[in-house]
Design a protein around this ligand. Structure first.
Ligand code: PLP
Length: 378
């Protein structure tokens, strides 16, 4: 059996998405900025895709800007919000993705902002009272807090954060890369200034994403060049990527409840089987809880001498998953997320992440293999 349980890293391209993209790789090659028919044909495909994304998020198409992915969208939102609004203070958390943390740290090193970290509980959940204290002391901040954590699957209450941001006149940016097209986010239901999406996390192509910018939040472009994306992002558009992103999002929404149910069944089964077959197993963050991101399960393994070999051994058995434990003292590599929640560095951690394409038999195979690898060591 060959098992791919690393869907939080990237998901396989849906064949239906590929079919939708193909004509824009071959037949419809015009530059969307050209005014002739070849260009116009392609321009209309981009605008159709924008409309699809906007409708699914319940926003105006004018609020969607296509980017090269989640990282660029995060960088654009953070850097340009800070500069154009002359923001001096940012609030974030230690478990954010590096696309957010490294961007904020760079701005801090350049003397542009001061960063405050929201405190986390032992499971990695935000302390909302501390967030309010920080905003009370520093109104007009930039708040960058992710919706779903890519490593431990914790979900933040983005509605509550948005209300605090509104109260303290702050800008709210949320990295929603892991939740877009996995949850039905209705942007009329909460007030975020900037959200980001990335197609390869929901069976779309790599190298394409989008930035949602609330129409009241005007920022200059991050990538300068031509006037593409209504002057918000220079560079000829990744046309087949954009078409693929919209198609992938459409498919995801059409079957969202059914896929969520299926993936939850897989995750629940894996939690149960691991508890039954691996004494001493635990789960990092809140990932075993039904209230966490349903696609991610971060397993905290019983301590052994060669945890580091585990991913390698899984790979030999045709199982792809992600690893990483908290940095042990003196080591520079490791997960900043697991370190932030004080996960035991002596216990290995494996992130299994699921998609609609995974099967129950794969869960059984992986747990049996893990148990076998442990019994060999015991
Ligand atoms: N933010 C989160 C939470 C992610 O999981 C990722 C991808 O791993 C990114 C941002 C970066 O997205 P992209 O790969 O599209 O640049």
């Amino acid at each position: 059996m060959n098992v791919y349980f690393d869907n939080a890293a990237t998901t396989p391209l849906d064949p239906e998405v590929f079919e939708a993209m193909k004509p824009y790789m071959t037949e419809f090659y015009g530059n969307p900025s050209s005014i002739h028919s070849h260009g116009r044909r392609v321009r209309s495909a981009i605008e159709k895709a924008r409309k699809t994304v906007a409708e699914l998020l319940n926003v105006s198409p004018a609020e969607i800007f296509f980017t090269s992915g989640g990282t660029e969208a995060d960088n654009t939102a953070i850097c340009r919000s800070v500069e154009s609004l002359n923001i001096k203070h940012a609030v974030t958390s230690a478990v954010e993705h590096h696309a957010v943390l490294h961007t904020l740290e760079t701005l801090e090193k350049a003397g542009k902002i001061k960063i405050s970290m929201v405190e986390l509980d032992q499971k990695g959940h935000l302390d909302y009272h501390h967030l309010e204290e920080l905003l009370h002391e520093n109104p007009k901040s930039l708040v960058s807090l992710m919706h779903a954590n890519n490593e431990i699957g914790n979900l933040a209450d983005i509605k509550r954060i948005s209300m605090l941001c509104y109260e303290y006149k702050s800008i709210f940016h949320s990295d929603t890369v892991q939740s877009i097209a996995h949850y039905r986010l209705d942007l009329q239901d909460f007030a975020a200034h900037c959200l980001v999406g990335s197609a390869h996390k929901f069976h779309g192509p790599k190298g394409i994403g989008f930035l949602y910018l609330n129409s009241d939040h005007k920022i200059p472009p991050y990538i300068m060049g031509g006037g593409q994306e209504r002057n918000m992002r220079g560079g000829t558009e990744n046309v087949y990527g954009i078409v693929g992103l919209a198609k992938a999002m459409e498919i995801a929404y059409d079957h969202l409840d059914q896929h969520e149910k299926h993936i939850r069944t897989l995750k629940k089964r894996m939690v149960q089987k691991l508890r039954d077959q691996l004494p001493g197993v635990d789960f990092n963050g809140d990932s075993a809880s039904p209230l966490s991101l349903y696609t991610v399960l971060n397993v905290c393994l019983p301590p052994t001498e060669d945890n580091d070999m585990l991913l390698f051994n899984l790979d030999i058995n045709n199982i792809s998953a992600s690893g990483g434990s908290a940095c042990s003292s003196g080591s520079s590599v490791g997960s900043h997320v697991l370190e932030a929640i004080h996960s035991d560095p002596n216990r290995g951690a494996i992130r299994f992440s699921f998609s609609k394409f995974n099967k129950v038999e794969e869960v059984d195979y992986v747990v049996d293999k893990l148990a076998e690898l442990y019994s060999i060591k015991a």
